[in-house]
Structures are given as structure tokens and as C-alpha cells.
Design a protein around this ligand. Structure first.
Ligand code: ATP
Ligand code: MG
Length: 572
């Protein structure tokens, strides 16, 4: 229990408490970043179980990533104790997977079905006549199988006892749509449904929710339309905006107190989103009042390398000289800034290399994560395949992964297809995830197939985190570096291809997500020149900084006004 002898909702403010303790029926919680959405949602689940007497097994909480699911589970354990294990906490994909496991026969699968590897999908596409070459098949995997071929493709997949990732959702939707009894069973089982990050629901996920939850059902959706950043994957913020039309007599609660960020960071974020805000009368009030809060550092770099060196130098200063580092970086500094408190965020994965390079040379340990699918990372699919073949082996999955990598590296025939460095970086990536799965191989393989790279992120590692802006969603760090704040990257745009207003608005929201990850210190930087689209180009600063008060920034670098405390002769 979190705090013995105190009420369940004591750690919430008045509005959060109203949201957490709302009665049954549809509830929409509209709230900006850092207002405690995730915290409120967790307490709501606990409240419903502990105070309304709902059986925990009747509760289904859906989060956007596996990581978020684990965090929710941990916090629920703290609030509810052992019975929290009976609450179903899932991502949409893992929910789809368990519905399919429970109804395998009904959709033409055996109980041992699995999620197809890419090569297996290619075979199925060719066999079904949807594609005639491997190249064509790969195109269909990226762009979708055309309608006239879907039935034949599905048949080929079922014949092999396989499903693809999309089918993890479309098959349960079809099942629940066609089978009233099955739908009724799930509606009774998941009498209470809670969804975090509802602004990023896509049409199939939405369809599944509508089937699971009647229009007057106990659905709590929580989110922030201004953080909708996945429309390129089919997410539609429209579902959030029309919640009250979809669900009868929906109650709306707003949370406006931000507990995360210092006042200057929050002010900048609110000004930055204003031109595109989807929330009428958007408000975010700082709960933190610290007159000494530092301004946002703004560093105009000459080049990408200069920018990366600035990040390395600043981290070194914050952590107090990395060359003195002994065991844990946190122990070394008086104000307790450790590597794990720091994140570097960027728009595209390709920007990471320069930062990794500079940080590594400065002796700063890093872990890099994107929002891409875990299985798309080189080395991961091979390890998954080998693990499956060797499923008779015992021991922890982490140990089995290391063994697998070793065996593969020593097998010369595979060298060409699997460079050993990819393999070992995959091992490093998968180890924390494996550790969390113990020796449960099916769960681990399910995670590999459905999870994003960011799910393998280890928040406890004493390393600086490198993330794409997309992957940073929902997370927070005391210190954030936002690099590459240049027009063309933020917003991301191909030369000569102007963005539509909707695309530009989404890019602005993504920038807003980045700014609002920071708690205490924010460093914004941009490079004046960068190699992009085959040429070295002049890069103007991002237009998204324009709405922000200049007074919130402190300029760094050669052309900045000299600061009295500049420590240029720092001893190493
Ligand atoms: P995001 O939109 O980025 O996902 P969120 O609304 O989900 O943000 P949380 O992650 O739940 O926000 O909370 C942000 C931070 O504020 C966390 O560190 C949380 O512990 C803290 N916080 C939330 N509510 C309170 C409160 N009532 N008192 C003190 N701290 C709080
Ligand atoms: Mg959250």
C-alpha cells in the first residue's frame, strides 16, 4: 500500500479526485501534459475496485505502450495490493492477442498460432497471388494488401496458423461483430474499461472499443487532443473530440494543473501550442512555483557536430565531470542529476548518430530508443526465430538470448545475413525486456512481435536516454535536450513539398509533446548547417519557436551575451 492509514485518493488534487471518483457511465478526462492523467487513471481503477466494490477482474485498462502498461501495473500494485493482479492491463495489441488466444478456433487458428515473421508474410502474399515477387510483397506489407486479395491472403496465413499485426485487431473486431454471444461475454467480463492516451486511437482500435463497450458503458477515456501525434499511423483525434456524441450522457472533467514542469518551461509550451490548440480555452497552470527556475537554454550551433558537442559539454557540467564518475552518476553530484535524469529528443532517428558519437566520446553512457517496431530492428527477428526453435531450452530468457546470439555468431553461414554487431546490439536492447518476462517465453515472444523499441527502454539504467519525439510520449525527465529545432526537421518536411495545415498542426503538437517532457531544465538547440536529402544545407531555425516569449530563453554560445558564471576553464 502506498500510504498506510490514508485515503485512497489523498495524493490527488481536488479536480483529479473528481475525475478518479466519478460514478459509472462514460467519462472523458481532458487534460494537458503533466496534469496527472496517468496518475488519475491509475487511482480511478483503484477507486472503482476498492470503493465501488467492482471485481478487479471486471476491469480492463488499456495503455499505448507496453512500458506504460507496466508502469500502470506497478502503481496499481501499490494502491490495491495483490488483487491488482486481477485487473487486465493491456495495450491494444496485447488485448487483441489474448482475445484471439481465447477464441483461436472461432477464427480458424489453432491455440498455438503465432504472429508471422516478415518472410512468412511474403510467402503468404506470393502464394495467395497478391504479389508475384518478393519486392512486390514487401511493398504490400508497407502499403497494405489491396481489397481483392485480402481473402486469399488471409486464407494462406490461416493455413500456416499465422496472423499479422493488423489482424491482431481486425480479427477480434470481426469476431465480436459477428458473434453476439462472444461480444456479450466480453462486455460482461470487462464491465469497466479505462483508456489512456485516447487522442491517439485509430479506427480499428475505436471499433474494438465500441464493440467491447455499450454507448452507456463504464468507459473512462483520458487524453489530450493537443498531444495527438500518430495520424500518420491512422490515429484520429476526431474520436476524442466526439466522445460525447459517441457515448451517452458522457461526463467531461478537465485537469489544468501541471505538476511536471517549471513555470518557464510550461509557459513556453503553452505559447508554442496556442496557434494549433484543439482544446478551446486551453489552460495549464503551473503547480510549481520557483522564482529561481532557470530559463530555457537556446543554443544556435554552427553544425550538427557543434550541436552534439554542446549536448555532451552541458551533460558533463550537469553531472559534474564524467571523467570523475565512479559507480553511479547520481552519487557524484550535489543536486543529484544523474545520467538517467537526462533525455535527448529529436525528430528523426537519423539524428541520433551524431549525438551518440559525441556522448560516447565524452564517456557518457546512452540508451537509444525509437517508436519503431521492436521486431524491425536488425537482429531481433533472428533472435526471436532461434528462441522459438530452441524453445525446449530451460533457464531465464535473458540467458537464453545471450546463448542464442553466441551460437549465431559462431555459425559462419549466418554472418552475411546477421552482422554480429547487430546481433549484440539486439541482445542489449532485449535484455531489460527479457528480464521483466522471467522465463515466460510465449509472453516474451508476444512482446517482441507487438512491442515498440521504446518498450525495451530501461528507466533505471544509469544512462542518458536518446528518444525520438514520438517515443517520448507520456514520459518525463528532469533534464531535456531538444536538438535539431530547424525548419525542415521541426516541422519535418521534404524539400519542395509543403505541408498541409493538418500536417503542420500535428508537427506543432509533436514539438509541444517534446517541450512538455522537461521538468527542471530544457535545452533547445538547432544547427545552422546540416546534411539533408543528399546535400549540405542552410537550416533556418524552427518557426515553432516564434510564438514563445524571448524572455523565457537564455542564449548560449559564441554570439550570446557573456554570462558572469561562464565556466570556460573548468578543470577536468
Ligand atoms: P502526459 O500528458 O505527458 O502523459 P500526464 O497528464 O499523464 O502527462 P502524469 O505523468 O500522470 O501526467 O503526471 C505528471 C507528473 O506530475 C508526475 O511526476 C506525477 O507524479 C506528478 N503529479 C501528478 N499529480 C500530482 C499531484 N496531485 N500532486 C503531486 N504531483 C502530481
Ligand atoms: Mg500520461
Amino acid at each position: 500500500m502506498e500510504e498506510v492509514g490514508t485515503g485512497l485518493l489523498d495524493r490527488l488534487d481536488a479536480l483529479q479526485r473528481v475525475a478518479a471518483a466519478a460514478p459509472g457511465g462514460p467519462v472523458l478526462i481532458v487534460a494537458g501534459p503533466g496534469t496527472g492523467k496517468t496518475r488519475t487513471l491509475t487511482h480511478r481503477v483503484a477507486y472503482v475496485c476498492a470503493e465501488l466494490g467492482v471485481y478487479p477482474e471486471r476491469c480492463l485498462a488499456i495503455t499505448f505502450t507496453r512500458r506504460a502498461a507496466e508502469e500502470l501495473r506497478e502503481r496499481l500494485d501499490g494502491l490495491l495490493g495483490p488483487v491488482s493482479a486481477d485487473v487486465t492491463v493491456a495495450t491494444f495489441h496485447s488485448l487483441g492477442l489474448s482475445i484471439l488466444r481465447e477464441n483461436a478456433a472461432a477464427v480458424g487458428l489453432s491455440p498455438e498460432f503465432r504472429i508471422a515473421e516478415e518472410s512468412e508474410r511474403i510467402t503468404a502474399l506470393i502464394e495467395s497471388g497478391a504479389a508475384s515477387t518478393e519486392r512486390e510483397a514487401r511493398k504490400l506489407i508497407t502499403n497494405g494488401v489491396p481489397g481483392e486479395h485480402t481473402a486469399a491472403y488471409a486464407k494462406a496465413m490461416r493455413a500456416r496458423d499465422l496472423v499479422d499485426l493488423d489482424e491482431l485487431l481486425t480479427l477480434p473486431v470481426a469476431l465480436l461483430r459477428d458473434d453476439r454471444k462472444a461480444k456479450q461475454r466480453y462486455r460482461e467480463r470487462f464491465e469497466w474499461i479505462f483508456v489512456d492516451e485516447y487522442q491517439d486511437v485509430d479506427p480499428v482500435q475505436y471499433e474494438l472499443l465500441r464493440l467491447l463497450c455499450p454507448p452507456d458503458g463504464n468507459l473512462t477515456a483520458i487524453g489530450d487532443p493537443d498531444q495527438a501525434i500518430y495520424s500518420f499511423r491512422g490515429a484520429d483525434v476526431g474520436y476524442f473530440l466526439r466522445f460525447s456524441q459517441d457515448f451517452e450522457d458522457a461526463r467531461t472533467v478537465r485537469l489544468t494543473r501541471n505538476y511536471r514542469s517549471s513555470a518557464p518551461i510550461l509557459a513556453a509550451a503553452v505559447q508554442a501550442i496556442a496557434p494549433s490548440s484543439l482544446v478551446p480555452g486551453r489552460r495549464l497552470d503551473p503547480a510549481r512555483v520557483d522564482p529561481e527556475a532557470p530559463q530555457i537554454a537556446l543554443y544556435p550551433a554552427g553544425s550538427v557536430d557543434d550541436e552534439a558537442a554542446f549536448v555532451a559539454r552541458s551533460i558533463d557540467e550537469l553531472v559534474g565531470g564524467t571523467s570523475h564518475r565512479t559507480v553511479d552518476s547520481r552519487a557524484a553530484t550535489p543536486d543529484g542529476v544523474g545520467f538517467s535524469d537526462i533525455a535527448v529528443l529529436y525528430r528523426t532517428d537519423g539524428q541520433a548518430a551524431a549525438v551518440v558519437d559525441a556522448l560516447s566520446r565524452a564517456g557518457i553512457p546512452v540508451q537509444k530508443r525509437s517508436h519503431d517496431r521492436l521486431r524491425d530492428r536488425p537482429g531481433v527477428a533472428v533472435i526471436a526465430q532461434e528462441l522459438r526453435f530452441a524453445s525446449g531450452l530451460g533457464g531465464s530468457i535473458a540467458a537464453r538470448i545471450r546463448l542464442t546470439a553466441q551460437v549465431l555468431t559462431e555459425r559462419p553461414a549466418l554472418d552475411a545475413a546477421v552482422p554480429p554487431e547487430d546481433l549484440w546490439s539486439a541482445v542489449e536492447l532485449l535484455t531489460p525486456l527479457a528480464a521483466r518476462c522471467g522465463d515466460d517465453l510465449p509472453t516474451f515472444l508476444g512482446e517482441l512481435a507487438t512491442g515498440a523499441e521504446v518498450d525495451a527502454w530501461d528507466p533505471r539504467a544509469d544512462r542518458v536516454t536518446l528518444l525520438t519525439l514520438h517515443a517520448s510520449k507520456g514520459l518525463e525527465f528532469p533534464v531535456v535536450f531538444l536538438v535539431g529545432c530547424e525548419d525542415g526537421l521541426v516541422p519535418l518536411r521534404r524539400p519542395g513539398k509543403p505541408l498541409t495545415p493538418d500536417e503542420e498542426a500535428e508537427e506543432r503538437r509533436l514539438f509541444f509533446v517534446g517541450l512538455t517532457r522537461a521538468q527542471d531544465r530544457l535545452f533547445v538547440s538547432h544547427a545552422r548547417r546540416r546534411f539533408r536529402h543528399g546535400a549540405e544545407r542552410d537550416m533556418p531555425v524552427t518557426p515553432f519557436l516564434a510564438p514563445i516569449d524571448a524572455g523565457l530563453f537564455e542564449r548560449r554560445g559564441a554570439d550570446a551575451p557573456k554570462r558572469p558564471k561562464d565556466r570556460q576553464l573548468r578543470l577536468i
